[in-house]
Design a binder for this molecule. Structure first.
Ligand code: SAM
Ligand code: SF4
Length: 510
């Protein structure tokens, strides 16, 4: 399909953003080119999420939106890839007969072949892992792993956004089977990747210009790989990635409280390029609810873990996920969640209203008995509490300097440059790009005489900072003096360049 144009829209988590980048790499390697509007595309792909019903509804709505276009241009190939393909399977063809292709997240290495097949034979095709690949204890065939390894290792620079901050998968799938969650059913069993491959990929990313790597796994700290008869666990993997020259920042998401090992805190304390940031979902503050969710810890043991985190890494930024309105959650259960949130003092929270997922244990035996408006009330109450906490914690930083890796123009600056909101969505939060085209938002500064632009970057604790600086600061590590703060963002000015953006020669030298 060389020369064909593709449009790819990504929904969902970081894992999906990474999958989309790998898919884009494959398509570009075959001579296909990206377009920002589906109306200009020969191939329209949606990389989808199944974690909540709302995420699936959005994709059905997109499929509805493009139906007329597909009728007027029947040769266009429309595909649903990722988790929703694996969950809804051939029923997708029933609900959206104009769909040509479905491909699960474990089959993405086959996508170019599937596209050729549709192109040549004009038939509907599906590549799904199916039920046998699902039940956790059934090992996948080694060849399947090899194919997926090859896909991860095939990354090319600057696909789907900047590589300054890149995701690196260390683990596939999940074996936890939390009772509400569809992930183990659509992403298959938990498999840790070989540490040598992870380190090799990290080196390649540095070569492409990457300065910050986020290691990805559904339960990233459960990582374990048997190597020469010895188990390489997550703390060891962190040490090995830390050795890769040229990486300034290492993060990892998402951590699973019940599998935490204290050794990981030791490495976080002793290795300076591992950022003081921990995303560790609690899901609820009620032991009764945690048991019904099958999370394998109590609120008390979770709190103890957070205390230990702060003992080892005093400036650690904690982030968490909570589900409100899970089956049978009473007002008292919810108040325990509120108590836990107040006690932990997170830097940021992700709050979700419980959404029953077909096939999960909670959907089979639980009762989705918390009314939707009660879920909304609890969601809003928790958001308001966290917003107050976030605001207070950020006020403490006013008048101080924070270290920032400069990512790129702010959303407002990008909008002023003419990027559509759909393009922004597709790129995801960790992939800002910058076009050197002068836009109306560029203004002169008095200090340096260089024109400035509104830029964004993050602190080691993943707090977002906004400041005006010349575009050549993008990719640099700078000190920003914090002048004010909202619940979400720090505002300030650059006081010093700690480490300039790397030139192509600089990158090659690494
Ligand atoms: N593996 C990670 C973990 O264990 O935290 C994240 C998995 S999931 C993609 C991200 C978050 O979605 C979960 O932490 C949970 O809070 C939320 N989630 C998962 N299933 C859900 C459901 N059925 N309804 C509402 N929220 C859900
Ligand atoms: Fe889902 Fe639980 Fe696995 Fe996270 S640990 S992906 S919430 S089953």
């Amino acid at each position: 399909m060389a020369g064909a144009k593709y449009f790819l829209e990504t929904f969902g988590c970081q894992m999906n953003i990474l999958d989309s980048q790998l898919v884009e790499g494959q398509l570009r390697a075959r001579g296909m080119t990206p377009v920002g509007n589906y109306r200009d595309a020969d191939v329209i792909l949606f990389n989808t999420c199944s974690v909540r019903q709302h995420a699936e509804d959005k994709v059905f709505s997109r499929l509805g939106q493009i139906k007329g276009f597909k009728q007027s241009r029947p040769a266009t190939i429309v595909g649903v890839i990722g988790c929703m393909a694996e969950r809804v399977k051939q029923n997708l063809f029933v609900r959206a007969p104009h769909l040509n292709l479905i491909c699960g997240p474990g089959e993405l290495s086959q996508l170019p072949t599937l596209l050729d097949q549709v192109w040549e034979r004009r038939e509907q095709v599906a590549a799904l892992a199916g039920s046998q690949a699902r039940r956790a204890r059934v090992p996948r065939h080694a060849r399947e792993d090899d194919r997926l390894e090859a896909l991860d290792l095939s990354r090319s620079p600057d696909v789907g956004g900047s590589v300054l901050q890149s995701y690196l998968r260390v683990q596939r799938g999940c074996d936890k089977f939390c009772t509400y969650c569809v992930v183990p059913f659509v992403r298959g069993p938990e498999r840790s990747r070989p540490p040598d491959n992870i380190v090799a990929e990290a080196r390649r990313l540095v070569g492409f210009g990457c300065r910050e790597i986020t290691l990805l796994g559904q339960t990233v700290n459960s990582y374990v790989y048997e190597e020469d008869g010895r188990a390489v666990r997550f703390a060891k993997l962190l040490e090995r990635v830390h050795e890769v020259a040229g990486i300034d920042r290492i993060r990892f998401v998402t951590s699973y409280p019940a599998d935490w090992e204290e050794d990981i805190f030791r490495v976080m304390r002793d290795y300076p390029r591992i950022m003081p940031y921990l995303h560790i979902p609690a899901q609820s503050g009620s032991d009764r609810v945690l048991k019904a969710m099958r999370r394998n810890y109590t609120a008390g043991s979770y709190l103890k873990l957070m205390d230990t985190a702060r003992k080892y890494v005093p400036d650690i930024a904690l982030a968490g996920d909570f589900i409100v309105g899970f089956c049978g959650e009473t007002e008292e259960d919810f108040q325990r969640t509120v108590d836990l949130v107040r006690r932990v003092q997170y830097e940021g929270l992700f709050i979700f209203k419980y959404s029953p997922r077909p096939g999960t244990k909670a959907d089979r035996i639980g009762d989705d008995d918390v009314p939707h408006d009660v879920k909304t009330l609890r969601n809003n109450e928790l958001l308001a509490i966290q917003s107050e906490i976030s605001h207070r914690r950020k006020q403490v930083l006013i008048g101080r300097e924070v270290e920032i890796l400069v990512e790129g123009p702010s959303k407002a600056a990008r909008k002023a440059q003419g990027e559509t909101s759909s393009q922004q969505r597709t790129r995801g939060k960790h992939s800002p790009t910058f076009s050197s085209r002068s836009g109306p938002q560029i203004r002169p500064t008095t200090d340096t005489g260089k024109p400035t632009i509104q830029l964004v970057g993050r602190t080691p604790g993943d707090l977002m900072a906004v400041f005006d600086a010349p575009p050549d600061h993008i990719g640099a590590v700078v000190k920003v003096y914090v002048e004010s703060a909202s619940a979400q963002t720090l505002f300030g000015r650059v006081t010093k360049i700690v480490s300039p953006a790397r030139s192509a020669e600089g990158i090659a030298a690494h």
